[in-house]
Design a protein around this ligand. Structure first.
Ligand code: URA
Ligand code: URA
Length: 243
């Protein structure tokens, strides 16, 4: 680069600024410099953006569950009955993400086992998927009292567990169930209508959005658009599997 070319310098500076802004978005104000002298291998834990904690090095889902199931990082640790890690195929190509456990889930320790869960099983059948084939989990692993919406500080503490789950499962695609789940993961206030329109990217994984099954129980009129969403989802999944 030479002094005769200020626009090139500007471009470089702007790229550097962009890089650091992305770092801040991903990791907050903590720097994770890669250790020099160790070749190209980067610290995967740092790359994923979660803190250096004992659970972060878990090599399998069961191990991760064992290390985090007594979590007391937020107040839901006190009020929960059971920690709801998630259920399904540890090598699933598809991960479904709901919002948080409800009363039935809190009692049984498994996501989507209540009425909404029954409906979810039917939705999966409609696209020729069995519950056991996919992996089902929630943003929050513990039930918020009275099923209130997740609080930002609860999400902040709990979302890294989801990142680690995805790192271990390595799914091809994610289906977000409901507005809250999608808005929370994608860090947006966009409406569900808007969010359903396209394929998003969540930590490098294609993510699609549809209605929450509990919303369909209240509003059966949303079943038809849900059916259309999941047909599109199935098509996208089939495409990804061909690559
Ligand atoms: N609703 C959710 O979002 N998750 C569950 O596990 C059950 C109901
Ligand atoms: N409102 C929600 O919270 N979720 C839906 O899926 C639809 C409306």
């Amino acid at each position: 680069m030479s002094e005769q070319n200020p626009s090139e310098l500007q471009q470089v500076l702007s790229n550097i600024q962009k890089f650091f802004m992305q770092e801040v978005d991903l990791f907050g104000n903590v720097m994770y410099p890669s250790e020099s002298g160790k070749g190209k291998k980067t610290d995967e834990t740092a790359a994923a953006g979660y803190p250096q904690e004992p659970w972060a090095s878990a090599a399998a889902l069961d191990e991760l569950n064992a290390r985090i199931c007594e979590c007391q990082k937020c107040s839901l640790g006190v009020t929960r009955t059971k920690f709801v890690f998630g259920v399904g195929n540890p090598h699933a190509e598809i991960v479904l993400i709901g919002e948080a456990p409800g009363a039935d889930e809190d009692a049984q320790g498994e996501p989507f086992v209540g009425r909404a869960g029954q409906l979810l099983n039917k939705i999966l059948e409609a696209i020729h998927l069995k519950r056991e084939e996919v992996f089902i989990c929630n943003i929050l692993k513990c039930r918020p009292p009275n099923n209130r919406d997740p609080q930002p500080e609860e999400v902040e503490q709990c979302e890294p567990y989801l990142w680690k789950q995805l790192e271990l499962i390595k799914p091809k695609i994610i289906l977000c169930l409901g507005r809250i789940s999608a808005q929370t993961l994608l860090k947006t206030n966009d409406s569900l209508t808007k969010l359903r329109e396209k394929v998003h990217d969540y930590r490098g994984i294609p993510l699609m959005v549809t209605f929450h099954p509990a919303a369909l129980l209240r509003n059966p009129g949303w079943k038809r658009p849900t059916w259309e969403d999941v047909q599109k989802f199935r098509k996208k999944y089939d495409e990804l599997m061909q690559k």
